[in-house]
Design a protein around this ligand. Structure first.
Ligand code: 5GP
Length: 120
């Protein structure tokens, strides 16, 4: 399993487009692209373009408030674009106990099927 070492991740190469991805939404602050291993018909990751120490949500500081808000707003834009505004899930896996595998903060936007709760 990966650890949070604060260093570059595969998402840096996705942001720089060195590694191709299917982009759903992009602006100057965030990038949203399809997960390579989708867990639902719609599975999009929303990430900050500038990580600024946000390897995981538990590292959030006051200075991150604005980007955190914008990430959630971008998740809504993604749900709208994907036609799942009536029902979707936004997930953040934080740390090893939550199965986080990439240490660059990301929101999972999931939908297009009936979601179960609790997720397990
Ligand atoms: P985590 O487990 O850290 O919450 O989620 C990381 C997600 O990134 C996983 O769902 C995984 O499928 C996705 N992922 C990992 N590498 C790549 C990649 O190279 N391209 C894309 N599009 N998704 C990736």
């Amino acid at each position: 399993a990966n650890a949070d070492n604060g260093g570059p991740t595969i998402f840096d190469k996705i942001i720089s487009k060195e590694i191709p991805s299917t982009i759903v939404y992009e602006d100057e602050r965030v990038l949203a692209f399809r997960d390579i291993n989708p867990q639902a018909p719609v599975h999009v990751l929303v990430i900050p373009k500038f990580r600024d120490g946000l390897t995981q949500l538990s590292k959030a500081e006051t200075r991150h408030s604005e980007i955190l808000g914008h990430l959630f707003y971008a998740a809504k834009i993604v749900a709208e674009k994907e036609g799942i505004l009536d029902g979707f899930r936004v997930v953040i896996n934080n740390g090893p106990a939550a199965c986080q595998s990439v240490y660059h903060l990301h929101l999972h936007v999931l939908g297009g099927r009936q979601m179960k709760w609790p997720p397990g």
